[in-house]
Design a protein. Sequence first.
Length: 393
Amino acid sequence: MKKRITHLFALVFLLLSVSALFGCRTQAEPLPEGTPFTVSFVDYDGTVLKTQTCIVGETCDIVPPSHPTFRGDNTNRVFTHWSVFPTEYDDLASDTVSEAVYTLDNVLVRIGGREIVWYSVLIMCGIMTAFLVGMREAKRVGIDGDDMIDGFLWIVPVAILGARLWYVAFEFDRFVVQGNVFSTILKILGFNSGTLNFADFGLAGLAIHGAFFTAAVCAILYCRKRKISVLQVADLVCAGFIIAQTFGRWGNFLNQEAHGGVIGGVTEGAMNWTLEQQFDFLRYTLHLPEFIVNNMYIVGNAFDATEPYTAFYHPTFLYELTLNWVGFFLVLVIRRLKKVRIGEIAAFYLAWYGAVRIFIESMRTDPLVYHIFGLTVKAATTTSVLMILAGIA
């Protein structure tokens, strides 16, 4: 019975996903020549901001209202565009509603002036999912569940610290407070003001490679202490680790980070495509769900080399998490092959994820970098190459 319910939920989820991917523009039947029709501009809550009457067959200068500001509780939302683009105005021939489209809010809940953001919640969901997958697989391969729990309880906090320190190492200038070592340490630990002010505490900046290497070292030490096969544990945690990364990428999506460049590219300081063309590429060429497309609209900052233009950016987070899902299912399939030896699943993970990150880093605009011999090198690319070599070895 439980399997049937699981399969039913999986089928419903698949159908919803497929229906979301294949979007197309729809238009009402045109009215006869000379018939008046209205164009209404509506906010997110149904408030009509402006109504304009036009006549079919006659020129009508449709002017949308000023960009509205999201007035709900989700104050981080930003107006992106009207659901009907200006280039479509000349083709309108029936009553039309153009809705204000906003980005998503990255805050889950606000309590007493404090914000709990989706990123932190998704990271914890990923960690718990990895743990549950590991526990399930541990029974199959004969590893004691208590050993898994004990290892989880002390390796995970250290891995989070490792992810933080890895990020800080490549962005150290952002955390240095000149002449004040204590304030620098506090900023590294998450006190963003450099003082013991818990109101602004938060680890804004983690690097997955730091978590991976820290967890690997801790796991080796733990396995030696408990006299457990290191390679067997490595095989065991790979499936959970790769699926946990997909949760983190959804957090990046809601934070509008870990993205690629401007859709259509930029030539001599000017975007090659209009905002409508960028939107259409993501929505109707790549067939991405509209909520993903809308949240890839990022308000630019001329002084920020990562996001200098107000435009739609490539959702590299989505490309990576999709490939991670493929890798996750491949790990599950490979694990059940009879000829697979201990350690080969871990080797596959190292090579797979290393290759995925090299591909993604080629499109990222906000990578961690370091400088050597006068060259600027992406830290994740270097680490990924080492992971691939380790997997082959």
